[in-house]
Design a protein around this ligand. Structure first.
Ligand SMILES: [Fe+2]
Length: 394
């Protein structure tokens, strides 16, 4: 089936025109395998970041789908190279050079890592340990130093607040809720190609970051399910009340404007169809369940059919006992032909994702850099204060 793709914006079809320019510095040579600059980084191993205690998944309260049969019991520990572990060499001379120096050192590693994925290796997911990052401003300067375009969270489905020039908070959902695996903003007609998390304060318990290779997930998903979604597409529905209702789910907060005309302009420019139901804004777009990855031209599962479905919200503490119609939640998904999504399909997507994922327990000052097109991320529930910053980059 044909999907409408806005021509004036970065989209599933058009986002990749700039991909090479933004990932590869044309002046740098592209290596054929992982080759870390040992002047600045020591390459760690999966042994270094094994989970120190089991992370229960099956039957986990407030984790969507976790009570369905076949759900994996526990989250796996990292595998060799996923994520890749880079430990910054700390010595007086390097420390004095500052955070942006480290941004440049790290960015120089990227072409080799993307090339490794092109050649069949793991997607780019890098845990950088030992950087001099203590505050959100440090984190912001590290992101700024990478020199990628900052991608606005306008239209983003999560609740995240801008905490410094180049970084947002992590998801501000209730700590007891586990945010499902997803490629950031993959429900949107425009989306970032990179996602970066920095840990500033580790929670006392839980709060692990699950990550999942999009290539492995695509391979592991049921073939009939993939074919069905390719055939029937996904319609991403959004529904936002007016801010006068006093919730975080207002169109003003999500679209970062108080002006209805501005909101409508954004929706038109980004290829959405919209309508007003009184003061409530409803908009939607149709999408393929996959993207074609620019470096390899392979099809990767890339959507939030599960984590933008009403069932995602119904599993949240804030909606416990809610009797809202599915399409009245801030987001909901159906097929592009109007059929509802089969709940068994949602269960399959969820259990395949978690069976494929690995968990990373971020330490303070850790940076986790992810290729958002090829790596899904999540956040497990936690106890105690936890502070991370996030950045969406293009
Ligand atoms: Fe996210």
């Amino acid at each position: 089936m044909a999907f409408r793709v806005p021509s004036s914006v970065a989209s599933k079809a058009g986002i990749f025109q700039n991909f090479y320019r933004l990932v590869f510095n044309p002046l740098s040579s592209i290596t054929r395998s992982i080759s870390v600059d040992s002047r600045y980084f020591i390459q760690g191993s999966a042994e270094d970041i094994q989970l120190s205690r089991p992370v229960q998944l099956a039957g986990r309260k407030y984790l969507p789908g976790s009570f369905a049969s076949g759900f994996p019991e526990q989250l796996s520990s990292p595998k060799e190279g996923f994520p890749l572990v880079l430990k910054a060499r700390n010595n007086g001379e390097l420390d004095r050079k500052g955070i942006q120096f480290w941004s440049e050192c790290f960015k120089e590693q990227l072409p080799g890592l993307y090339e490794n994925f092109r050649n069949g290796g793991a997607p780019v997911a890098v845990l950088i340990r030992g950087l001099p990052i203590k505050t959100s401003n440090d984190s912001s300067r590290f992101i700024e130093g990478l020199g990628f375009e900052f991608f606005s969270y306008k239209g983003g489905s999560g609740i995240r607040k801008q905490v410094d020039d180049f970084v947002l908070s992590g998801a501000l959902d209730a700590p007891e809720y586990s945010v499902e695996l997803h490629n950031d903003m993959s429900y949107s007609t425009v989306f970032p190609t990179k996602f970066v998390i920095t840990c500033l304060k580790k929670s006392k318990f839980g709060g692990e970051t699950g990550i999942c290779s999009g290539r492995e997930l695509t391979a592991n998903l049921d073939a009939d399910l993939k074919a069905k979604f390719e055939r029937k597409g996904i319609r991403n529905l959004r529904c936002f009340v007016d801010k006068s209702e006093g919730t975080d789910c207002s169109w003003q907060r999500v679209l970062l404007t108080e002006d209805k005309n501005e909101a409508e302009k954004f929706l038109v420019a980004n290829g959405y169809t919209f309508k007003w139901e009184g003061k409530t804004l409803v908009y939607w777009s149709d999408a393929s369940p996959t993207i074609t990855y620019p470096l390899t031209e392979e099809k990767l599962w890339f959507n939030q059919v599960h984590s933008c479905h009403a069932s995602y919200f119904k599993a949240m503490p804030m909606y416990e006992g809610s009797d809202l119609a599915d399409e009245k939640y801030p987001a909901h998904t159906i097929h592009a032909d109007g059929d509802i999504i089969d709940p068994d399909d949602l269960d399959k997507v969820r259990r395949t994702g978690w069976s494929t994922a690995v968990g990373v327990s971020l330490e303070e000052s850790d940076v986790l850099f992810l290729d958002n097109l090829a790596v899904l991320h999540s956040r497990l529930s936690f106890n105690g204060e936890r502070v991370v910053t996030t950045a969406n980059l293009y």
